[in-house]
Design a protein around this ligand. Sequence first.
Ligand code: C2E
Ligand code: MG
Ligand code: MG
Ligand code: MG
Length: 291
Amino acid sequence: SLRMLLMKLDVPSSMRSGERNTRKIYDADTIRTAIDSGQLINYYQPKVRVDTGVIAGVEALVRWHHPVDGMVYPDQFIGVAEENGLIGRLTHTVLSRAFIQAKVWQQSGYELKVAVNVSMDNLTSLDFQDAVVRLAAEAEILPGKIVLEITESQLMGDVRVSLEILTRLRLKRFHLSIDDFGTGHSSLTQLRDIPFDELKIDQGFVHRASGDETLRAIYDASLALAKQLNMEAVAEGVEDREDWELLRQTGCDLAQGNFISRPMPAEALGEWMEKWHVRIEAESLVSPKAG
Ligand code: C2E
Ligand code: MG
Ligand code: MG
Ligand code: MG
């Protein structure tokens, strides 16, 4: 299994997570104020189909525009929010804005799926399910246009209540995605028990995988698992042309990463889309027939 492979290969955890270094960490009161005073905003990063270059959707990635410190990244406040009972309202804010934005894009003629990161701490009561359903209905967005991403590492352990809530959301046709796959050692039973739609191979196993046997083995195993379980495979952390070519050669479904675009404010997406279509042609990123 993939888990055995990971253990055998003994990949250092720094390499598995591929996280950037965190700088300043903020306290709970400051974060609460930031959420309640509207200092958090959503950035969006595109997910594109590897065979055609079609823009399939975007992932909402929260940012904090701190009045003094400037741009603050999620690694500097999500953990503290989770530990201090603030993740409920944080997720609510992100979801609500993402759904409204999805509606705006829809009205401009863009058919985009919108993904939001959900914390396991959001999945402790059925209220969460009700809130997601209500926010989607208010924004008039169909559940099939919404993807809820849960990191693999959070799926470990005794998570029966959470799995129950995820299952209910899946039955209502919301799409579910396993994030940062390869970093969490979740039990494969859990993958079987909830029908996930998407598997996101962690960026630590994507960038430079074509030139590194260890990374490549984990990338290949993750891709194979996604295919066998009928999930769409997304490669995260696609940073250069070489990474992109690996996805093409191996038949990965979707790609996300700085090679395609960094996360951007919602207003920048329209212009980026036009540039992307030009770039696909100019750089022959997809086979002519497919495009
Ligand atoms: P994630 O969901 O795995 O999101 C992908 C992260 O990788 C993002 O970092 C993105 O900016 C970064 N990334 C994208 N392409 C590349 C690339 O080519 N190379 C490299 N090195 N990095 C790339 P970001 O935005 O800092 O988010 C970090 C994590 O914070 C996310 O990881 C997610 O787990 C969490 N997060 C972000 N927004 C939210 C949120 O609204 N709620 C919750 N609960 N967690 C969030
Ligand atoms: Mg994510
Ligand atoms: Mg990820
Ligand atoms: Mg991550």
